[in-house]
Design a binder for this molecule. Structure first.
Ligand code: NAY
Length: 288
C-alpha cells in the first residue's frame, strides 16, 4: 500500500447526481495518464460528506468495477454516524478494497476514548486494515504522538494519512512508528514530507498533477533534493492558483480541458463564475 494515491474527484451532474460515465473517465485518467499507484475513494475530494450512504456505496462499486486490480484502492468510510461507517467498512471490504480509512470523528468534541472506540469498532467489524485520516484543520481534532501510539496498539490500524503541517510531529511519528504507514496529505508539502521518510502521499491535486508528484517523490527518495525542489516550486505555483480559484471546481475544469467529463461540484459548493472558468482554462494551459 505504499506510493502515491489520488484522492479521487467524483463527477456530479448539474442536479448533483453521480455521473457514472464521467466518474469512470476520471478513474481512467488517473490510472492511465497520471499513473498513480492507487486511489483514495470517498475522501474530502470526493465530496463525501455531502452525499448519502447509498451514493457512497455506488461510488465504491463503480471505482472497483473500473479499476479491477490495476491499482490499489483505499475506501474512506469515516462518518460521525458510526453505524454508517461500519456498514460502509463491510461493503468496501466485500468489494475487495485493500484498506479502509476513516476521518477522525468531528463536529461534536469527542474525547480520545471515544475516538479510539470509533476506530476499534470500525476495523474490528471487518477483515481489513485501517488508515487513520487525520486532518485537524477541517475537523479540529488533533491527535498527539502518545495517542497515535495507543491507536496503533490495534495491529489492524496500519497507518495514518497525515494532512497537517506539523512536521515536528511527523518526524516524531516516523522515528516512533517505523513499521506504520505514513502518508503525506498536503500536496504543497510533499517534498518536505518525503524528506522525512513518509511511505507515500494521498492528494487531490494528483487527479491532474500526478506525474509531477511522482517526480518530486522519487527525486526526494533518491536524495536529489535540488531537482525535487524545482518541481515542488512549479507544483506550488499551480496549487496556489488552484486554491485561489476554487480547489475542487478548478480541478474539475482542468480535467474537462483534458476531455474528461468531470462535471460539477455538489451543492452547497457553488459553480465557478465565468471569470473563474476562464482562469481555470488558463491554469490548465499553463501547467498541463
Ligand atoms: C481527501 O480526503 O480528499 C484529502 O484530504 C486529500 C488531501 C487534500 N486535502 C483536502 C482537504 O482537499 O490534497 C490535499 C489538498 O487538497 C491539497 O494539498 C491542496 O491544499
Amino acid at each position: 500500500m505504499k506510493g502515491l494515491f489520488t484522492a479521487l474527484i467524483v463527477s456530479y451532474d448539474k442536479d448533483g447526481e453521480i455521473n457514472e460515465k464521467g466518474l469512470r473517465e476520471i478513474i481512467r485518467y488517473n490510472v492511465d495518464v497520471c499513473k498513480v499507484d492507487g486511489l483514495y475513494v470517498n475522501g474530502s475530494t470526493g465530496e463525501n460528506f455531502m452525499i448519502s450512504t447509498e451514493e457512497k456505496k455506488q461510488i465504491f462499486r463503480i471505482v472497483k468495477d473500473e479499476v479491477k486490480d490495476q491499482v490499489e484502492l483505499i475506501a474512506q468510510v469515516g462518518s460521525i454516524n458510526l453505524k454508517e461507517s461500519i456498514e460502509l467498512a463491510k461493503y468496501a471490504t466485500d468489494l475487495g478494497y485493500g484498506a479502509l480509512s476513516a476521518v477522525t470523528p468531528f463536529y461534536y468534541k469527542f474525547d480520545f476514548e471515544e475516538i479510539k472506540h470509533y476506530y476499534n469498532e470500525i476495523i474490528n467489524s471487518v477483515d481489513n486494515k485501517m488508515i487513520i485520516y487525520s486532518i485537524p484543520f477541517l475537523t479540529g481534532v488533533n491527535i498527539s504522538l502518545e495517542q497515535f501510539a495507543e491507536l496503533f496498539e490495534n495491529e489492524k490500524i496500519i497507518g495514518v494519512k497525515f494532512t497537517a503541517g506539523d512536521f515536528y510531529l511527523l518526524e516524531r511519528m516516523r522515528k516512533t512508528f517505523p513499521d506504520k504507514l505514513l502518508y503525506a496529505g498536503f500536496d504543497e508539502m510533499l517534498l518536505s514530507a518525503a524528506v522525512l521518510g513518509v511511505d507515500g502521499a494521498i492528494g487531490s491535486t494528483f487527479n491532474v498533477n500526478g506525474q509531477r508528484a511522482r517526480e518530486i517523490y522519487e527525486l526526494a527518495n533518491k536524495g536529489e533534493i535540488a531537482k525535487a525542489r524545482e518541481i515542488q516550486h512549479e507544483t506550488n505555483d499551480f496549487i496556489t492558483e488552484l486554491l485561489n480559484n476554487g480547489l475542487y471546481q478548478t480541478l474539475k475544469e482542468i480535467l474537462k480541458e483534458k476531455g474528461v467529463d468531470a462535471g460539477y461540484c455538489r451543492q452547497p459548493m457553488k459553480e465557478l463564475s465565468e471569470e473563474k472558468v476562464d482562469t481555470a482554462k488558463r491554469i490548465a494551459a499553463t501547467y498541463f
